[in-house]
Design a protein around this ligand. Structure first.
Ligand SMILES: [Zn+2]
Length: 448
């Protein structure tokens, strides 16, 4: 039977699997859900992969207390390449349950889609892996390794800390990081670029304490006004981010993000402009952007007629591939110090930095995946960026400098991952499982 027909015949089982998995509220935050739920999800994943040849599958504890499912499936040919399959079994909390049109932890079919928390991110990708492996059966011509982590959505770094000291356990020629998605349903894509980031807190001090704004206002330096003036220099009139010393003219050469689509995805209010001189994809994937995450200053209710002596802001700078986080951090610090008016005292504390990521697109795995996507979907593979960061990709890239990393999966934009009413299009599970199965066949052939 053709692989495509075999995948089609496996979709009822895929649906059963996803129903079982979505029914487990595996939010990896013990303050919100009992840790037993994550343990149940881990056990489900372990048992499922044991049935497709991962005989040694086991749970590995990571530094944040979460359990990763790890395992291997050798093909018997020591010269065959090794592919590491990645996914995560933890999910985001449902957030506003009122906003859900179906129960978040019961997979529910509405129209062409299956709704439920984790149906796409990332349990849909777990089912995609299982479906691909079942379709191939005993005939898998590469060595496989598996890691399905349990705290991806928490950002607590369990697997990131686990990988370097356990490098041999997960070592592979190619890593399929299956936690992204296509450009749209039916439009296959590789995510080849992720932005990095710098988070810092800038504090301004101008006075020993609050002063009456009538008696002192006009001559006394105002810390909040100084901070506002400094923050205002971070963008120009068109909304471009303007940190001195940071190039902000990059352009995106992959798949464009249509402006109208972006307006709708972002819920931009009527009449408001999209920011910047570039296209939407330039602004999201090829340039820096600064966001003011928070400001400490007197709230409106309870504020007095007083000049603010101290104020601070928390900033998030996203940086595209090609910009080093150290360089961006230095530029942002120097920019803020230079922009401070009136000799106010400025202190800057860096909270966190993360490197951008750019996938190599000239290796055999990339070529094999492009061919598999074209065969499965009947159209060429597009390349996408992602404006956020996946720190694990940098850990993989640093630990395995020779490995090819490939980001893909069933989380296309309509999946609304992390939001209420998350869903997956089952045709994406079927087509991406076919892509994965074709890839595993073709990739082996490139090494013969
Ligand atoms: Zn995810």
């Amino acid at each position: 039977m053709e692989l495509r027909d075999r995948v089609a015949g496996l979709m009822e089982q895929a649906r059963t699997d996803l129903t079982e998995l979505v029914a487990i509220p595996s939010v990896a935050d013990p303050r919100q859900y009992p840790p037993e739920e994550c343990a149940r999800a881990a056990k489900w994943v372990l048992d499922a992969f044991a049935t497709v040849g991962f005989a040694d599958a086991r749970l590995a504890e990571t530094a944040d207390g979460s359990q990763a499912v790890v395992g291997s499936r050798p093909c018997g040919d020591p010269d065959a390449p090794t592919v590491l399959l990645y996914a995560h079994y933890d999910v985001q909390p449902p957030l506003n349950e009122e906003a859900w049109r179906t129960p978040p932890f019961a997979l529910t079919e509405v129209g062409d889609r299956w709704y439920g928390r984790g149906s796409a991110d990332c349990k849909g990708n777990i089912v995609m892996h299982l479906t691909a492996l079942r379709a191939l059966g005993a005939d898998i011509p590469v060595n496989l390794k598996l890691v399905v982590e349990g705290s991806e959505e928490q950002g607590t770094g369990g697997l990131e800390a686990f990988v370097p000291p356990n490098a041999d356990l997960l070592r592979a020629d190619t890593i399929l990081v299956c936690d992204t998605g296509n450009a749209a349903v039916g439009v296959p894509a590789a995510t080849v670029s992720l932005r990095g980031m710098v988070n810092l807190v800038v504090s301004v001090e101008a006075l020993a304490s609050e002063l009456h704004s009538g008696m002192f206002g006009g001559a006394a330096p105002d810390a909040l006004a100084a901070l506002v003036a400094m923050l205002a220099t971070l963008r120009d009139g068109a909304g471009n981010t303007t940190v001195s010393g940071l190039d902000n003219t990059g352009t995106w050469t992959g798949e464009p993000y249509p402006a109208e689509q972006f307006r709708s995805d972002a819920g931009v209010v009527e009449g408001a402009a999209l920011l910047g001189d570039g296209t939407v994809s330039d602004m999201l994937w090829a340039r820096s952007s600064v966001t003011i995450l928070g400001i400490d200053c007197p709230p409106v209710v309870g504020s007095a007629a007083a000049i603010t002596p101290k104020a601070r802001a928390r900033l998030n700078l996203r940086i595209p591939p090609g910009t080093a986080p150290e360089e961006a951090e230095k530029a942002l610090r120097e920019h803020l110090l230079a922009a401070a008016p009136w000799g106010v005292h400025v202190t800057i504390d860096t909270e966190a930095t993360g490197s951008p990521f750019h996938a190599a697109t000239d290796g055999p795995a990339y070529a094999a995946m492009a061919a598999a996507m074209e065969e499965a979907y009947g159209r060429p593979m597009a390349t996408l960026g992602q404006g956020g960061s996946i720190p694990l990709c940098n850990v993989f890239a640093e630990t395995y400098p020779d490995a090819e990393l490939f980001l893909m999966g069933v989380e296309e934009p309509q999946a609304l991952i992390h939001a209420p009413n998350e869903s997956v299009d089952p045709s994406e599970i079927a087509n991406m499982a076919l892509v994965e199965a074709l890839f595993l066949q073709r990739y082996a052939a490139t090494r013969r």
